[in-house]
Design a protein around this ligand. Structure first.
Ligand SMILES: C[S@@+](CC[C@H](N)C(=O)[O-])C[C@H]1O[C@@H](n2cnc3c(N)ncnc32)[C@H](O)[C@@H]1O
Length: 284
């Protein structure tokens, strides 16, 4: 494994790094991911001027390696995302969830309040897609109290989300009406409108640790992150998400993640879409 590499990288270095990633993030690296780990972590070796993976492991697990823990996790995450990815979730949110919120608020059944969590938001494209959909769907928005919590374990991604600056080419799936309303394009860059930014809070949160969240959510997007976790971790995570969903709250997951989600109290209502419901309703 070491011949063609700039840094000495043994199978046992890979195994040790795999164990640390699992312990700290829940991400399960399958066999065959050695090259991926080599590429991602060799950048850290260069940045720290370390001669090989053994020295890196030594540093990472020492007291002095506390600060490195963040960069290590940032390097190990896969952050692939897109605006309006799995667009059917945004259509469902607009036509079902937000519509009934608006109608319910007119009838005095619901407060003019919406709480949404983009858990594992990556660089924020998901959170901005949510914000655009909400702002465009709720009439007289200024009378509403809307908050979107956008969390991820990767601090580099959260910085990008806070800046709200992407590339013009990232906008290809943003519907034209929303693009002209909420995005300024300049020199190949796409700047998110301040109104969108004002309703999103970007925060670091590790889904494997305690969550300092006291409120409940109308909607949770937890998409394309559970695929990196093992089945037990997925099941446990869904249980914790349910505790934070309001009565009738909706959970959107990635299309490859639906299998482990459905259970009493959380029923499928569409493609990779689930709604909280009372156990009796679910049975009946
Ligand atoms: C593939 S991206 C998905 C982004 C977005 N939800 C989407 O569907 O487009 C997965 C994200 O999960 C984050 N992640 C991985 N493990 C995590 C953990 N334990 N806690 C929080 N976020 C995590 C990664 O940093 C990455 O940004």
């Amino acid at each position: 494994m070491t011949k063609k590499h700039e840094f000495k990288f043994r199978q046992k270095d890979f195994t040790a790094l795999r164990d640390i990633v699992y312990e700290r993030t829940g991400i399960q690296l399958k066999d065959g991911k050695e090259e991926m780990v080599y590429t991602r972590i060799s950048r850290r070796l260069r940045a720290l001027n370390l001669p090989d993976f053994r020295s890196y492991l030594h540093f990472l697990t020492s007291e002095a390696g506390d600060a490195e823990a963040i960069d290590f996790v940032n390097a190990m995450t896969t952050n692939l995302t897109r605006f309006f990815r799995e667009n059917h979730h945004f259509t469902h949110m607009r036509e079902e969830v937000l519509r009934s919120k608006v109608i319910g608020s007119r009838m005095g059944v619901f407060e003019k309040k919406i709480r949404i969590w983009s858990a594992a938001c990556s660089s924020g494209m998901e959170a901005y897609s949510i914000a655009m959909t909400v702002l465009a769907s709720v009439p007289r928005f200024s009378n509403w109290d809307v908050r979107i919590l956008a969390t991820d374990i990767d601090t580099n991604m959260l910085e990008r989300g806070k800046q709200g600056i992407y590339l013009e080419k990232d906008m290809e799936d943003v519907p034209d009406a929303l693009l002209s309303k909420f995005v300024t394009i300049e020199n190949g860059e796409a700047y998110m409108d301040e109104e969108l930014k004002s309703i999103i809070s970007f925060k670091r949160l590790n889904l494997m640790e305690d969550w300092p969240i006291r409120q409940k959510f109308d909607i949770i997007f937890c998409r394309n992150v559970m695929i990196y976790f093992d089945k037990d971790t997925q099941r446990h995570l869904v249980g914790r998400l349910m505790e934070l969903l309001d009565e009738q709250g909706v959970l959107y997951v990635g299309h490859a993640e639906s299998m482990t989600v459905a259970r009493p109290g959380l029923v499928p209502i569409g493609k990779s879409t689930f709604r909280m419901t009372s156990k009796l309703e679910a049975v009946g």
